[in-house]
Design a protein around this ligand. Structure first.
Ligand SMILES: [Zn+2]
Length: 82
């Protein structure tokens, strides 16, 4: 009997997907859009607070594409995901 392990293995993307996440405004810092690398289906991380590419915490919004066309984008994340 021969079973195929590959057939039942979940399909893994070689590169992590990037989604946009909104940080909170605190003090003089305005809320910005950050990039988050997700290794799970985006439906599972919608609304989750995750570590962004630049190292801060932001809430994932899967309705917002990354790179985002808005102007209030975290400059560090923009550079790191270029
Ligand atoms: Zn950032």
């Amino acid at each position: 009997m021969r079973t195929s392990a590959l057939a039942s293995a979940p399909a893994l993307a070689s590169a992590p997907a990037l989604v946009a996440a909104r940080s909170r405004a605190h003090g003089p810092t305005t809320a910005l859009w950050h990039a988050v690398e997700v290794h799970r289906p985006t439906a599972e991380v919608d609304g989750a607070c995750e570590l962004t590419v630049c190292g801060s915490l932001a809430r994932i919004d899967v309705d917002q594409p990354w790179p985002t066309p808005t102007r209030d984008v975290c400059p560090a994340c923009a550079v790191l995901t270029r």
